[in-house]
Design a protein around this ligand. Structure first.
Ligand code: SF4
Length: 377
């Protein structure tokens, strides 16, 4: 029987203007033996074909699932590209290897398709920390603000929003809204919101949620690590705290960080995002060395240790099981889904129209030639 682990995360209390520690849980999957993996992969490949299904995986899931997605004509990407790929693919069934909000987004964009997930209990501390009822009350209290929510939210929270954004396009969308004179209500990630606020100068009221993984990266320890690796470039996801972002050479979404790893002339990279991304970075930039940014002080113990416990719930065994049984189907209330779709479609239309202009930010922004290939995904 699989073990579970209890996870503590920061839960905002917006009325009190503070946060409390809440707990959730995640299953800890058994890792199959090498021999078992080979058999599981063969069965999964056959079933994907037989059922006209495609595997859509996030960069943070197990490397076996990432490889399978690529080998079978699926996709491995960030949540923006996962949403687009799933929507545009002809397959009748999408198997989403990631966390629940990704499955919900796929269902909202493709209500006619069957959306399966290896484990429906795979969630996200940002989603858990943004209760739809509390969030709706927060929006009601600030009716003069345009509501922009991050992808890592429930369908009900997206339905209350004017815009949904991912980390690839959030900055550009807020910059555009700011240029139009709009004031923003942002949820749920406080670090990403604060980063976008600083970059754009927009008037933003921030929900105080955080990502369990990125919130643990530490600025002081990162400075020490930089001294040990003076030639290394630092790649940081903007869900990280400001002290970590301040040390970055490149700040960007997962796809943007992978592109930076490919394009920058550096032998080593210190990476402040979920360590699941290193698989793709190592494949895309062989010969370069990738080091995970420090998550805790010498004497402290980390909650996530740079790997999302809910992303880790996606494995070969439960992937095969859902394909065999077609259990674990994602359902979204059609009314909620159609309201949420308005906010998602706005982002997808914006990203399509700005494809060539979306850039990473950070100290290397000035060298735009490095980023000519980077789009919103
Ligand atoms: S890595 Fe963070 S933001 Fe991503 S799913 Fe896990 S808890 Fe949520």
């Amino acid at each position: 029987m699989e073990a579970t682990k209890v996870i503590e995360f920061e839960r905002p209390q917006m009325e009190a203007g503070s946060s409390c520690v809440a707990s959730a849980w995640a299953r800890v999957p058994d890792v199959p033996s090498l021999a078992e993996k080979v058999g599981l992969k063969e069965k999964i490949k056959a079933l994907l074909k037989q059922k006209n299904a495609v595997l859509v995986a996030h960069y943070y899931v197990d490397s076996d699932l990432q490889d399978l997605a690529e080998e079978t004509g699926g996709c491995v990407s960030d949540s923006l590209e996962m949403a687009r790929f799933g929507r545009d693919h002809a397959a009748k069934t999408l198997v989403v290897a990631g966390v629940k909000f990704m499955g919900e987004t796929a269902k909202i964009l493709s209500p006619e398709k069957t959306i399966l997930m290896p484990d429906l209990d795979a969630t996200c501390s940002l989603d858990l920390g943004c209760d739809p009822v509390e969030f709706s009350a927060f929006c009601d209290a600030h009716p003069d603000r345009t509501v922009v929510v991050y992808a890592n939210t429930s369908a009900a929270v997206k339905a209350r929003a004017d815009w949904m954004v991912t980390s690839s396009v959030g900055l550009d969308i807020v910059a555009e809204l700011h240029a139009q004179g709009k004031k923003i209500l942002w949820a749920p990630d406080k670090h990403l919101g604060s980063y976008i606020q600083k970059q754009t100068g927009a008037d933003m009221l921030l929900w105080q949620g955080s990502c369990l993984v990125h919130d643990e990266f530490k600025g002081v320890e990162l400075e020490i690590l930089k001294e040990q690796y003076p030639d290394a470039k630092v790649l940081v996801h903007p869900e990280s705290p400001a002290a970590v972002v301040a040390l970055a050479d490149v700040v960007g979404s997962t796809s943007q960080l992978i592109n930076a790893a490919i394009n920058l002339e550096a032998p080593q990279f210190i990476v402040a995002t979920d360590n699941g991304i290193l698989h793709k970075m190592q494949m895309a930039a062989p010969g370069k060395t990738f080091i995970v940014a420090p998550t805790a002080g010498n004497s402290a113990s980390c909650k996530s240790c740079a790997h999302c416990p809910w992303m880790a719930m996606n494995g070969l065994r439960n992937l095969l099981s859902v394909l065999e049984t077609e259990s674990n189907q994602i359902q979204v209330d059609p009314k909620v889904g159609s309201e949420a779709k308005i906010a998602i479609d706005r982002m997808l239309d914006f990203a399509a129209s700005r494809k060539k202009q979306v850039q990473p930010s950070g100290a290397l922004e000035r060298n735009s030639a490095l980023y000519s290939g980077i789009g919103p995904a």
